[in-house]
Design a protein around this ligand. Structure first.
Ligand SMILES: [Zn+2]
Length: 118
């Protein structure tokens, strides 16, 4: 079916622009500053690579959840490194990993809500 072909080709497009570094599959294409999430365009829509990888290789992302990285590398799309969680989980995860900033340096500062939940 056309739909499944399209899905396969999206993953193929990811693979063509990936640098394998240890366990991580790092997207080498366009990235979303300042976070470094990979971006890919499909049917005129800009998608986040790690979310595409989750949807294509793991399954649908529950509504309202973010796709987070176990490996802490925003450009990575190895499905083994992805998991879903809430914004609060993400912040707790960052605090646990010592990446917590306050004020303007906060990871999520100024990020529109719509983008966080994309
Ligand atoms: Zn990784």
């Amino acid at each position: 079916m056309a739909r499944s072909y399209k899905k396969a080709s999206l993953v193929d497009r990811l693979k063509r622009r990936t640098r394998y570094e240890g366990e991580c599959w790092l997207w080498t294409g366009r990235k979303l500053p300042p976070f470094g999430y990979g971006q890919i365009t499909s049917n005129g829509k800009t998608l986040l690579v790690h979310r595409v990888a989750h949807e294509q290789l793991i399954g649908p992302i529950p509504q309202g959840l973010n796709v987070l990285h176990r490996c802490d590398r925003a450009a990575c799309w190895n499905p083994a490194h992805l998991f879903t969680g809430t914004h609060a989980d993400n912040v707790a995860d960052m605090v646990a990993k010592g990446r917590h900033y306050h004020g303007e340096r906060h990871h999520w500062y100024g990020v529109p809500h719509a983008l966080q939940c994309q």
